[in-house]
Write a protein that binds this ligand. Structure first.
Ligand code: TRP
Ligand code: ZN
Length: 501
């Protein structure tokens, strides 16, 4: 795409992009390091929340107050996650771990405020495995009790609505990743095949390594510090703002200042090369490749720039300042759209194998920037990313009507696109069925209105959450058509109609 691509393989322990002063020792590197980032952002290792930026989609103020008696987000798909009574704005987590050693220890500072109308006496966080040993709000100890996969936090003084506090927790233990039933993949903190660690957390795995309000309706910014042995590389979302050596350890600090749903949080440590370069616009691109993956096999990821450029033209400018990908040293069979840095397995590396790249990059707009309010809105992620992938392939010359034809994708399961069961199992009807519904909408309202709907959808909800009902209302408003019967037929009925011509 005519972009200056300056690939810098930072070998020998990782990148030193904008390191803090102090006891830092930059890792030995080979090659031209002249493009090493000088981040516009300040390096930070503190636990303070960044200055608040307002994102159009984030408007807790206009949402009705939460019921003080309801401790879990009411979600028709995955129940028992998150606590609707709190709104977290920032997590500053610091996790210490070593490859091949199962235990982790950490601290997290969670900046939050109640969403209840009256003072909030206690609230819950999700946590599976590690145990909390210390909890404070301000200088005062808070009480923590364990209840299954949740902890209940009772502050010394009830929290006042509208007043932000920072809860600090110290914890340690062994993460307990669960198996995601439909996909047969472990969800949460897990080992790669070389003894490193990585997280793959959709829908509820982040709570295996950090106490978290684990529901996509509560997005927050994150500072993730990974404390690793000095020779090990730590990778997370966003920008590497510091990588300081302290004794025989290195602290990798990654900062995400665009709100992120908790299932999109990435943490990995192991033997990686960080390959950093300038992307389109001011975007900083960082790829993390396991050292054993040869240069030639990494080539497929060069297509990232073309994909970013195409989607930026089609949907609106890329929603973040950071981009890239991580390949973890294990075969996964699927990929995950971890924010800014989607995650792939070794099976996605090599000639003609970057099949999932266009899909995961599309999620940066649909799913990551615009996140579902409830898991039952999953087609807003998967249907949209599948359709974006078709658009990209059509841009490269394929026939989108063939891609959208019923027998091209997976066998239809007979579940409606918006059926909670389909969302719970990440069913083909959510992916291809959702994408087909979008194609049918395009055929019904015409290209101009359709692409205006997509662009407005992204612009209005970037940084926030959205629902299927809001999408339907927007499509009606932009097209000026009554689409009730259309959406009922395409999204809510088990068998979709014929594609309009
Ligand atoms: N969201 C992923 C995609 O389609 C797929 C996925 C669903 C997943 N659940 C997962 C991946 C759990 C890893 C772990 O892009
Ligand atoms: Zn997807």
């Amino acid at each position: 795409m005519g972009l200056a691509v300056l690939a810098v393989a930072l070998l020998g322990g990782g990148a030193a992009a904008c390191t803090t002063s102090g006891s830092d020792a930059s890792p030995p590197t080979t090659g031209d390091r002249s493009t090493t980032t000088s981040s516009a952002r300040p390096s930070t290792t503190t636990t303070e929340a960044p200055t608040t930026t307002t994102f159009p989609g984030q408007a807790p103020a206009d949402v009705a107050p939460a019921d003080p008696k309801v401790a879990d987000v009411a979600d028709p798909v995955f129940d028992g996650l998150g606590d609707p009574r709190i709104d977290v704005s920032h997590y500053a987590v610091e996790v210490t771990a070593d490859p091949s050693k199962p235990g982790i220890s950490g601290t997290v500072a969670i900046t939050l405020q109640p969403r209840t109308a009256k003072a909030l006496k206690s609230f819950t966080l999700d946590l599976k495995g590690p145990e909390v040993s210390e909890a404070t709000i301000g200088k005062q100890a808070a009480k923590v009790s364990v209840d299954g996969d949740q902890i209940t936090v009772t502050p010394a003084k009830a929290l006042r609505p509208g007043k932000e506090v920072t809860l600090e927790l110290r914890y340690a233990g062994t993460p307990e990743p669960g198996e995601f039933p439909a996909l047969g993949v472990p969800v949460g903190w897990q080992a790669d095949s070389l003894g490193g660690w990585f997280t793959m957390s959709e829908p509820s795995g982040t709570s295996t390594w950090v106490p978290v309000n684990d529901h996509p309706s509560d997005k927050a910014t994150w500072t993730i510090t990974l404390d690793t042995p000095k020779a090990v590389t730590g990778i997370a979302n966003g920008r590497l703002t510091s990588s300081k050596v302290v004794g025989d350890r290195r602290q990798w600090v990654w900062t995400t200042d665009h709100p992120m749903a908790s299932y999109l949080v990435l943490a990995a440590m192991g033997d990686y090369d960080l390959v950093q370069r300038e992307g389109p616009g001011d975007v900083q691109v960082v790829f993390a490749f396991p050292k054993g993956v040869p240069e030639a096999s990494r080539k497929g990821f060069d297509e990232l720039d073309a994909i970013l450029a195409f989607y930026s033209d089609t949907f609106g400018a890329y929603p973040d300042d950071d981009a890239g990908a991580i390949v973890v040293a294990t075969s996964l069979g699927l990929a995950l759209e971890t924010q800014t840095r989607p995650l792939f397995g070794l099976d996605a590396v090599g000639d003609g194998k970057t099949w999932a790249l266009a899909h995961e990059v599309a999620h940066q707009w649909f799913g990551d920037a615009v996140s579902p309010e409830r898991w039952s809105d999953l087609w807003l992620n998967e249907g949209f990313a599948t359709y974006a992938d078709w658009l990209y392939r059509a841009h490269l010359g394929e026939d989108i009507d063939v891609l959208a034809s019923a027998d091209a994708g997976r066998e239809p399961s007979g579940l409606a696109v918006t059926d909670p069961q389909a969302a719970a199992t990440f069913d083909g009807s959510v992916y291809e069925g959702g994408a087909r519904a979008l194609h049918a909408l395009r055929r019904t309202i015409g290209d101009d209105a359709f692409f205006e709907v997509l662009r407005t959808w992204f612009a209005e909800h970037d940084g926030g959450n959205a629902t299927t009902a809001e999408f339907e209302a927007l499509a009606e408003q932009v097209s000026g058509k009554d689409l009730k019967a259309f959406f009922t037929a395409w999204l809510d009925a088990p068998k979709q109609p014929q594609m309009p011509g």
